[in-house]
Design a protein around this ligand. Sequence first.
Ligand code: APR
Length: 317
Amino acid sequence: MTNVGLSKIAVIGAGNIGGTLAQRLAEADVAAEVVLFDIVEGLPQGKALDIQESAPVLGFSTRVRGSTRLDEAVEGSDLVILTAGLARKPGMSRSDLLGRNAQIVKGHAEMIREKAPNAVVMVVTNPVDVMAYFVWKATGFPRERIIAESGTLDSARFRWFVAEALGVTPRDVVGFTLGTHGDTMVPVLSHCSVNGVPVTKLLPPEKLRAIVERTKKGGGEIVDLLKTGSAYYAPSAAQLEMALSIARNEHRLLSCSVLLNGEFGFKDIFLSVPIVLGRHGFTKVHEIELTAEERSALEASAKAVSEDLKLLAMMPL
Ligand code: APR
Protein backbone atom coordinates (compact mmCIF):
# COMPACT_ATOMS: atom_id res chain seq x y z
CA MET A 1 0.00 0.00 0.00
CA THR A 2 1.31 3.45 -0.83
CA ASN A 3 1.06 6.34 1.60
CA VAL A 4 -0.74 8.81 -0.59
CA GLY A 5 -1.93 11.55 1.78
CA LEU A 6 -4.74 13.88 0.80
CA SER A 7 -4.94 17.35 -0.73
CA LYS A 8 -7.88 18.58 1.30
CA ILE A 9 -9.94 17.45 4.26
CA ALA A 10 -13.04 19.47 5.23
CA VAL A 11 -14.26 19.17 8.81
CA ILE A 12 -17.85 20.41 9.04
CA GLY A 13 -18.69 21.71 12.51
CA ALA A 14 -16.04 23.40 14.67
CA GLY A 15 -17.41 22.41 18.06
CA ASN A 16 -15.74 20.12 20.57
CA ILE A 17 -15.44 17.22 18.15
CA GLY A 18 -14.69 19.19 14.97
CA GLY A 19 -12.06 21.36 16.66
CA THR A 20 -10.29 18.47 18.37
CA LEU A 21 -10.41 16.38 15.21
CA ALA A 22 -8.94 19.21 13.11
CA GLN A 23 -6.11 19.42 15.64
CA ARG A 24 -5.47 15.67 15.49
CA LEU A 25 -5.57 15.67 11.68
CA ALA A 26 -3.15 18.60 11.42
CA GLU A 27 -0.73 17.00 13.86
CA ALA A 28 -0.87 13.72 11.89
CA ASP A 29 0.30 15.69 8.81
CA VAL A 30 -1.70 13.62 6.31
CA ALA A 31 -3.28 16.37 4.23
CA ALA A 32 -2.00 19.49 2.52
CA GLU A 33 -5.00 21.40 3.86
CA VAL A 34 -7.57 20.97 6.64
CA VAL A 35 -10.54 23.36 6.44
CA LEU A 36 -12.77 23.76 9.47
CA PHE A 37 -16.31 25.02 8.80
CA ASP A 38 -19.02 26.31 11.15
CA ILE A 39 -21.96 28.70 11.01
CA VAL A 40 -20.71 30.68 14.01
CA GLU A 41 -18.59 33.54 12.62
CA GLY A 42 -15.08 33.56 14.09
CA LEU A 43 -15.27 30.10 15.69
CA PRO A 44 -13.72 28.02 12.88
CA GLN A 45 -11.27 30.81 12.00
CA GLY A 46 -10.17 31.19 15.63
CA LYS A 47 -9.74 27.47 16.27
CA ALA A 48 -7.95 26.95 12.93
CA LEU A 49 -5.51 29.79 13.58
CA ASP A 50 -4.83 28.52 17.08
CA ILE A 51 -4.08 25.02 15.72
CA GLN A 52 -1.96 26.49 12.91
CA GLU A 53 0.18 28.45 15.35
CA SER A 54 1.20 25.19 17.03
CA ALA A 55 2.82 24.00 13.77
CA PRO A 56 6.27 25.54 14.36
CA VAL A 57 6.48 23.78 17.74
CA LEU A 58 4.96 20.45 16.69
CA GLY A 59 6.50 20.40 13.23
CA PHE A 60 3.58 19.68 10.94
CA SER A 61 3.15 21.19 7.46
CA THR A 62 -0.63 20.97 7.07
CA ARG A 63 -2.29 24.29 6.31
CA VAL A 64 -5.27 24.77 8.66
CA ARG A 65 -7.90 27.39 8.04
CA GLY A 66 -11.42 28.20 9.15
CA SER A 67 -14.39 29.19 7.05
CA THR A 68 -18.04 30.13 7.38
CA ARG A 69 -18.65 29.55 3.67
CA LEU A 70 -19.81 25.99 3.14
CA ASP A 71 -19.31 25.92 -0.64
CA GLU A 72 -15.66 26.86 -0.62
CA ALA A 73 -14.95 24.81 2.51
CA VAL A 74 -16.22 21.64 0.86
CA GLU A 75 -15.09 22.31 -2.74
CA GLY A 76 -12.63 19.76 -4.09
CA SER A 77 -12.23 17.91 -0.78
CA ASP A 78 -10.99 14.32 -0.86
CA LEU A 79 -12.52 13.65 2.54
CA VAL A 80 -15.40 15.47 4.25
CA ILE A 81 -16.13 14.76 7.90
CA LEU A 82 -19.57 15.76 9.18
CA THR A 83 -19.50 16.69 12.87
CA ALA A 84 -21.98 19.60 12.92
CA GLY A 85 -25.09 19.27 15.00
CA LEU A 86 -26.47 19.13 18.48
CA ALA A 87 -24.74 16.99 21.09
CA ARG A 88 -26.51 15.13 23.88
CA LYS A 89 -27.26 16.60 27.29
CA PRO A 90 -28.00 14.47 30.39
CA GLY A 91 -31.25 12.53 30.01
CA MET A 92 -31.19 12.66 26.18
CA SER A 93 -30.74 9.64 23.94
CA ARG A 94 -28.95 9.94 20.61
CA SER A 95 -32.35 9.42 18.92
CA ASP A 96 -33.63 12.63 20.55
CA LEU A 97 -31.30 14.51 18.20
CA LEU A 98 -32.85 12.98 15.08
CA GLY A 99 -34.93 15.72 13.42
CA ARG A 100 -32.73 18.72 14.28
CA ASN A 101 -29.52 17.06 13.19
CA ALA A 102 -31.06 15.67 9.99
CA GLN A 103 -31.96 19.23 8.99
CA ILE A 104 -28.39 20.32 9.64
CA VAL A 105 -26.67 17.51 7.71
CA LYS A 106 -29.09 17.74 4.76
CA GLY A 107 -27.58 21.00 3.49
CA HIS A 108 -24.09 19.66 4.00
CA ALA A 109 -24.78 16.47 2.06
CA GLU A 110 -26.26 18.42 -0.86
CA MET A 111 -23.23 20.71 -0.97
CA ILE A 112 -20.87 17.72 -0.95
CA ARG A 113 -22.75 16.18 -3.87
CA GLU A 114 -22.26 19.40 -5.83
CA LYS A 115 -18.77 20.55 -4.80
CA ALA A 116 -16.92 17.37 -3.85
CA PRO A 117 -18.49 14.64 -5.98
CA ASN A 118 -15.53 12.28 -5.53
CA ALA A 119 -15.11 12.70 -1.78
CA VAL A 120 -15.24 10.00 0.84
CA VAL A 121 -17.68 11.16 3.53
CA MET A 122 -17.28 10.30 7.19
CA VAL A 123 -20.41 10.85 9.28
CA VAL A 124 -20.11 11.63 12.99
CA THR A 125 -23.28 13.61 13.76
CA ASN A 126 -25.68 11.62 15.96
CA PRO A 127 -27.71 9.46 15.82
CA VAL A 128 -24.89 8.46 13.54
CA ASP A 129 -26.18 5.27 11.90
CA VAL A 130 -29.37 7.07 10.88
CA MET A 131 -27.60 10.27 9.79
CA ALA A 132 -25.30 8.18 7.60
CA TYR A 133 -28.29 6.66 5.82
CA PHE A 134 -29.69 10.13 5.27
CA VAL A 135 -26.35 11.41 3.91
CA TRP A 136 -26.08 8.39 1.61
CA LYS A 137 -29.52 9.15 0.17
CA ALA A 138 -28.90 12.89 -0.13
CA THR A 139 -25.51 12.55 -1.86
CA GLY A 140 -26.44 9.61 -4.06
CA PHE A 141 -22.84 8.39 -3.58
CA PRO A 142 -21.91 4.73 -3.88
CA ARG A 143 -22.14 3.01 -0.50
CA GLU A 144 -18.37 2.48 -0.37
CA ARG A 145 -17.83 6.21 0.13
CA ILE A 146 -20.13 6.84 3.11
CA ILE A 147 -18.56 5.61 6.34
CA ALA A 148 -19.93 6.41 9.77
CA GLU A 149 -18.07 6.41 13.03
CA SER A 150 -19.61 4.28 15.66
CA GLY A 151 -17.78 0.98 15.94
CA THR A 152 -14.31 2.53 16.16
CA LEU A 153 -15.29 4.68 19.16
CA ASP A 154 -17.29 2.01 20.97
CA SER A 155 -14.47 -0.48 20.32
CA ALA A 156 -11.95 1.91 21.88
CA ARG A 157 -14.08 2.15 24.99
CA PHE A 158 -14.54 -1.63 25.11
CA ARG A 159 -10.79 -2.23 24.72
CA TRP A 160 -9.96 0.27 27.46
CA PHE A 161 -12.35 -1.36 29.94
CA VAL A 162 -10.81 -4.78 29.21
CA ALA A 163 -7.28 -3.38 29.59
CA GLU A 164 -8.21 -1.70 32.87
CA ALA A 165 -9.76 -4.89 34.27
CA LEU A 166 -6.67 -6.95 33.40
CA GLY A 167 -4.02 -4.36 34.22
CA VAL A 168 -2.47 -4.69 30.75
CA THR A 169 -1.58 -2.02 28.23
CA PRO A 170 -4.60 -1.10 26.07
CA ARG A 171 -2.33 -1.50 23.03
CA ASP A 172 -2.49 -5.27 23.45
CA VAL A 173 -6.27 -5.49 23.65
CA VAL A 174 -7.81 -6.37 20.30
CA GLY A 175 -11.58 -6.27 19.98
CA PHE A 176 -14.54 -4.48 18.52
CA THR A 177 -18.22 -3.73 18.83
CA LEU A 178 -20.82 -4.23 16.10
CA GLY A 179 -24.29 -2.84 15.41
CA THR A 180 -25.50 0.60 16.30
CA HIS A 181 -23.95 3.45 18.28
CA GLY A 182 -26.50 3.19 21.07
CA ASP A 183 -27.56 1.07 24.01
CA THR A 184 -28.10 -1.94 21.74
CA MET A 185 -24.54 -2.01 20.39
CA VAL A 186 -22.81 -5.39 20.50
CA PRO A 187 -19.40 -5.63 22.18
CA VAL A 188 -18.11 -8.89 20.68
CA LEU A 189 -16.53 -10.98 23.43
CA SER A 190 -16.03 -13.99 21.17
CA HIS A 191 -13.45 -12.06 19.08
CA CYS A 192 -11.81 -10.06 21.87
CA SER A 193 -8.29 -11.03 22.89
CA VAL A 194 -5.16 -9.81 24.57
CA ASN A 195 -2.57 -10.36 21.88
CA GLY A 196 -4.41 -13.48 20.75
CA VAL A 197 -5.35 -14.86 24.19
CA PRO A 198 -9.18 -14.93 24.30
CA VAL A 199 -10.52 -12.52 26.91
CA THR A 200 -13.06 -15.18 27.91
CA LYS A 201 -10.09 -17.20 29.26
CA LEU A 202 -8.73 -14.26 31.22
CA LEU A 203 -11.75 -12.73 32.97
CA PRO A 204 -14.74 -14.34 34.75
CA PRO A 205 -18.20 -14.13 33.09
CA GLU A 206 -19.61 -11.62 35.60
CA LYS A 207 -16.70 -9.23 34.99
CA LEU A 208 -17.13 -9.60 31.22
CA ARG A 209 -20.84 -8.89 31.54
CA ALA A 210 -20.08 -5.71 33.50
CA ILE A 211 -17.61 -4.58 30.80
CA VAL A 212 -20.19 -5.18 28.08
CA GLU A 213 -22.79 -3.13 29.97
CA ARG A 214 -20.37 -0.28 30.72
CA THR A 215 -19.32 -0.16 27.04
CA LYS A 216 -22.94 0.12 25.91
CA LYS A 217 -23.44 3.10 28.21
CA GLY A 218 -19.95 4.53 27.64
CA GLY A 219 -21.14 7.72 25.93
CA GLY A 220 -23.84 8.33 28.55
CA GLU A 221 -21.32 7.96 31.38
CA ILE A 222 -19.34 10.90 29.94
CA VAL A 223 -22.49 12.98 29.26
CA ASP A 224 -23.53 12.54 32.90
CA LEU A 225 -20.10 13.64 34.11
CA LEU A 226 -19.72 16.63 31.78
CA LYS A 227 -23.37 17.77 32.12
CA THR A 228 -23.06 20.35 29.30
CA GLY A 229 -22.10 18.23 26.30
CA SER A 230 -20.82 14.88 25.17
CA ALA A 231 -17.47 13.15 24.73
CA TYR A 232 -14.90 14.35 22.22
CA TYR A 233 -11.39 13.14 23.04
CA ALA A 234 -12.00 9.44 22.42
CA PRO A 235 -14.46 10.19 19.57
CA SER A 236 -11.95 12.37 17.72
CA ALA A 237 -9.23 9.75 18.27
CA ALA A 238 -11.49 7.09 16.76
CA GLN A 239 -12.30 9.40 13.84
CA LEU A 240 -8.58 9.97 13.30
CA GLU A 241 -8.05 6.20 13.14
CA MET A 242 -10.56 6.05 10.29
CA ALA A 243 -9.26 9.18 8.54
CA LEU A 244 -5.69 7.85 8.60
CA SER A 245 -6.75 4.55 7.08
CA ILE A 246 -8.33 6.59 4.27
CA ALA A 247 -5.61 9.22 3.86
CA ARG A 248 -2.74 6.72 3.96
CA ASN A 249 -4.68 4.06 2.07
CA GLU A 250 -3.83 1.70 4.93
CA HIS A 251 -6.59 -0.85 4.40
CA ARG A 252 -7.09 -1.36 8.12
CA LEU A 253 -9.78 -3.73 9.30
CA LEU A 254 -12.02 -1.52 11.46
CA SER A 255 -15.55 -1.71 12.77
CA CYS A 256 -17.40 1.15 11.03
CA SER A 257 -20.99 1.78 10.17
CA VAL A 258 -21.71 1.19 6.48
CA LEU A 259 -24.73 0.47 4.33
CA LEU A 260 -25.37 -3.27 4.36
CA ASN A 261 -26.45 -5.05 1.25
CA GLY A 262 -27.29 -8.49 2.59
CA GLU A 263 -24.18 -8.91 4.75
CA PHE A 264 -25.00 -10.44 8.15
CA GLY A 265 -28.54 -10.85 6.78
CA PHE A 266 -29.33 -7.09 6.74
CA LYS A 267 -30.17 -4.82 3.84
CA ASP A 268 -30.70 -1.06 3.41
CA ILE A 269 -29.46 -0.15 6.88
CA PHE A 270 -26.22 1.29 8.30
CA LEU A 271 -24.66 -0.81 11.06
CA SER A 272 -21.11 -1.16 12.31
CA VAL A 273 -19.44 -4.23 10.88
CA PRO A 274 -15.80 -5.14 10.21
CA ILE A 275 -14.72 -3.40 7.00
CA VAL A 276 -11.46 -2.84 5.18
CA LEU A 277 -10.95 0.91 4.80
CA GLY A 278 -8.79 2.60 2.17
CA ARG A 279 -8.39 5.73 0.08
CA HIS A 280 -11.67 5.39 -1.80
CA GLY A 281 -13.78 4.13 1.08
CA PHE A 282 -14.39 0.55 2.12
CA THR A 283 -13.29 -2.30 -0.09
CA LYS A 284 -14.77 -5.23 1.81
CA VAL A 285 -17.21 -6.20 4.57
CA HIS A 286 -16.03 -9.23 6.55
CA GLU A 287 -18.91 -11.43 7.67
CA ILE A 288 -17.41 -12.95 10.78
CA GLU A 289 -18.92 -15.76 12.81
CA LEU A 290 -20.88 -14.73 15.91
CA THR A 291 -22.29 -16.66 18.86
CA ALA A 292 -26.09 -17.11 19.00
CA GLU A 293 -26.27 -14.49 21.76
CA GLU A 294 -24.22 -11.96 19.76
CA ARG A 295 -26.30 -12.67 16.68
CA SER A 296 -29.59 -11.94 18.46
CA ALA A 297 -28.05 -8.79 20.04
CA LEU A 298 -27.12 -7.64 16.51
CA GLU A 299 -30.72 -8.18 15.43
CA ALA A 300 -31.93 -5.99 18.33
CA SER A 301 -29.43 -3.35 17.25
CA ALA A 302 -30.75 -3.39 13.68
CA LYS A 303 -34.31 -3.10 14.99
CA ALA A 304 -33.42 0.04 16.98
CA VAL A 305 -31.87 1.69 13.90
CA SER A 306 -34.86 0.70 11.72
CA GLU A 307 -37.22 2.34 14.20
CA ASP A 308 -35.27 5.60 14.03
CA LEU A 309 -35.19 5.38 10.22
CA LYS A 310 -38.99 5.04 10.22
CA LEU A 311 -39.33 8.06 12.52
CA LEU A 312 -37.05 10.07 10.27
CA ALA A 313 -39.03 9.09 7.17
CA MET A 314 -42.14 10.62 8.76
CA MET A 315 -40.48 13.96 9.53
CA PRO A 316 -40.88 16.91 7.16
CA LEU A 317 -37.30 17.85 6.25
N1 APR B 1 -23.56 24.08 9.98
C1 APR B 1 -22.34 24.03 10.55
N2 APR B 1 -22.13 23.91 11.86
C2 APR B 1 -23.22 23.86 12.64
C3 APR B 1 -24.52 23.91 12.14
C4 APR B 1 -24.68 24.02 10.74
N3 APR B 1 -25.87 24.07 10.17
N4 APR B 1 -25.38 23.81 13.18
C5 APR B 1 -24.63 23.70 14.29
N5 APR B 1 -23.31 23.73 13.96
C6 APR B 1 -22.14 23.66 14.82
C7 APR B 1 -22.27 24.46 16.09
O1 APR B 1 -22.09 25.85 15.84
C8 APR B 1 -21.15 23.86 16.93
O2 APR B 1 -19.92 24.57 16.76
O3 APR B 1 -21.91 22.33 15.25
C9 APR B 1 -21.01 22.43 16.37
C10 APR B 1 -21.37 21.35 17.37
O4 APR B 1 -20.43 21.39 18.37
P1 APR B 1 -20.69 20.88 19.87
O5 APR B 1 -21.96 21.45 20.36
O6 APR B 1 -19.43 21.13 20.63
O7 APR B 1 -20.94 19.31 19.67
P2 APR B 1 -19.84 18.15 19.51
O8 APR B 1 -19.52 17.59 20.83
O9 APR B 1 -18.76 18.63 18.63
O10 APR B 1 -20.73 17.06 18.74
C11 APR B 1 -21.14 17.25 17.41
O11 APR B 1 -21.16 14.91 16.93
O12 APR B 1 -20.92 13.02 18.28
C12 APR B 1 -21.82 13.89 17.66
O13 APR B 1 -23.69 13.82 19.17
C13 APR B 1 -22.66 14.61 18.66
O14 APR B 1 -24.23 15.30 16.99
C14 APR B 1 -23.17 15.75 17.81
C15 APR B 1 -21.97 16.08 16.93
